[in-house]
Design a protein around this ligand. Structure first.
Ligand code: AMP
Ligand code: ZN
Length: 497
């Protein structure tokens, strides 16, 4: 039983899908004009965990949609500023977004529609709203008439009078009510635009989510997510549009909002300039998996700060867990306590505490299987953990063999020197003679991991115990690497006898 905090009712509710054979979720995606900042990554990671949990509970039967807003005045401004083509900018930004979110271990949604692919359905929905008396045309614009929808403001708990009082910007005089919002607006000059019954123009921001969710998920679906900053006006407007255009449906049943990632108490945002991008962090050497862990260490409905201390703790925990689970077969069920924590309104902090418990108990298979629901300890995110610098111990292990080859060369016994090189190569260790007379070596990518994967746990433990004096319980990546080198050296020495 999953419970989710529903913004609509301001309560934690039991989650009952409309159709358990197809759980449907929509999350508002990015406006694509620039690299995603770390705040933008928070909803991506949070809803990725929800997606994984739903897939686990409903046997993979989940449809997840997240859009790309590729029509927006910020994109137009960027095109004007750089002299570049809009499509070039949006294509490039989408490619970056995929790279960065992939690096955080986020699964790609089932559908990632672009606004520009949905102009036709948006025009049709706007026309439907006009026909039903919920929208009106004025000076090339089409506006939604908020007074035509009684429930306007219900999601965010605002009343129209209060909203009007809060309106500070000057209101266009073609609006019947200051709170009426734009569905369609005219385009001029080099602004992107499409022909429509109201002239050449482009859609307002909110209508795309209504048109896309209708097409891909239907007029009623289960979950709608996004950052808290979108609750008003964006989500309020989505509800008004969708419920008025499709009165037989009731749009999203559960509304989930993640709190903001903050910098010194303020929302991280492009406009405040207090941001750094996901790419900045990756380039500084913070692994995507560590970023993901930190983002999940705070509950999604609490504001959070990014701190060095959290990065350090996440790195230490992941390093330990990766060592513990290296080469372990995860074919077991995740811990029920972890699933229960996530089912309690996505309590990721409690889920991480459960992973710590599993690590402490030494149940590596369960740790691995459980971590996967959080998108942690996945094979493809583990690159950062593989040894880059050769450990001293490895040099000690292989050193005698390299010296023997060196002496063979001095003696002009080139056949022995070549034999050593070839025997090492057969076992995936390449050596290279440097100009300074020293020799370096390298294990072909992943071979040491393959080697240990082919062994039983007991065989592996014996290797640690025999060769490394380890107790065989906490297996660090360096041990694994050195264990492999030790094995190879033994085999080569046998072959040379
Ligand atoms: P945008 O591209 O600005 O529309 O934002 C894309 C997504 O990131 C939306 O779901 C926003 O709610 C979310 N978002 C933006 N800033 C933050 C932040 N500082 N913390 C958490 N989520 C954010
Ligand atoms: Zn939206």
């Amino acid at each position: 039983m999953i419970k989710l905090h529903n913004t609509k009712t301001r309560r934690k509710e039991e989650f009952t899908p409309i159709d358990p054979a197809n759980v449907r979720m929509y999350v508002c995606g990015p406006t694509v004009y620039d690299r995603a900042h770390l705040g933008n990554a928070r909803p991506v990671v949070v809803f990725d965990v929800l997606y994984r949990l739903l897939k686990h509970v409903y046997n993979g039967k989940v449809t997840y949609v997240r859009n790309f807003t590729d029509v927006d005045d910020k994109i137009n401004a960027k095109a004007a500023e750089t002299g570049r083509d809009i499509r070039q900018i949006t294509d490039e930004t989408i490619k970056w977004y995929h790279e960065d979110m992939d690096a955080l271990g986020a699964l790609r949604p089932d559908f990632e529609p672009r606004a520009t692919e949905y102009i036709g359905p948006m025009v049709a929905m706007i026309q439907g709203l006009i026909d039903k008396g919920h929208a009106y045309e004025a000076e090339g614009h089409v506006l939604f008439d908020v007074n035509s929808y009684d429930a306007y403001g219900a999601l965010s708990g605002r009343r129209l009078e209060d909203m009007r009082a809060g309106e500070r910007v000057e209101v266009a005089d073609y609006k019947r009510d200051p709170m009426d919002f734009v569905l369609w607006k005219p385009s001029t000059g080099d602004q992107p635009g499409w022909e429509s019954p109201w002239g050449f123009g482009r859609p307002g921001w909110h209508i795309e989510c209504s048109a896309m969710s209708l097409d891909l998920l239907g007029e009623s679906f289960d979950i709608h997510g996004g950052g808290l900053d979108l609750q008003f006006p964006h989500h309020e407007n989505e509800i008004a549009q969708s419920c008025c255009a499709n009165p037989t449906g009731d749009f999203a049943h559960y509304w989930l909002h993640n709190e903001m990632l903050q910098v010194e108490g303020k929302k991280m945002s492009k406009s405040l300039g207090n941001f750094f991008t996901v790419r900045d962090l990756l380039e500084q050497g913070v692994p995507g998996e560590v970023i993901r862990f930190v983002l999940l260490s705070t509950h999604y409905r609490s504001p959070m700060d990014w701190t060095e201390k959290k990065v350090k703790e996440a790195t230490e925990a992941l390093r330990k867990w990766r060592g513990l689970t290296e080469g372990i077969d995860p074919s077991t069920n995740p811990s029920p306590a972890l699933v229960a924590a996530l089912s309690d309104d996505l309590n990721t902090a409690a889920a991480i505490a459960e992973l710590h418990k599993l690590a402490k108990s030494g149940d590596a298979a369960k740790l691995l299987a459980s971590a996967k629901i959080l998108g942690l300890l996945e094979e493809r995110l583990g690159e950062w953990h593989r040894p880059k610098v050769k450990h001293d111990q490895a040099y000690t292990l292989i050193g005698a063999l390299l010296r023997r080859r060196h002496l063979a060369k001095v003696d002009k016994n080139y056949s022995l020197a070549d034999q050593i090189r070839n025997e090492l190569k057969k076992l995936h260790i390449s050596i290279e003679d440097l100009p300074n007379g020293k020799t370096t070596f390298e294990v072909d990518d992943g071979k040491e991991i393959e080697f240990f994967n082919s062994m039983s746990i007991d065989e592996r433990r014996k290797i640690w115990a025999d060769r490394l004096g380890d107790d065989g319980k906490t297996i660090a990546i360096d041990d694994l690497y050195n264990g492999y080198i030790g094995y190879v050296v033994e085999q080569v020495e046998k072959a040379l006898k």
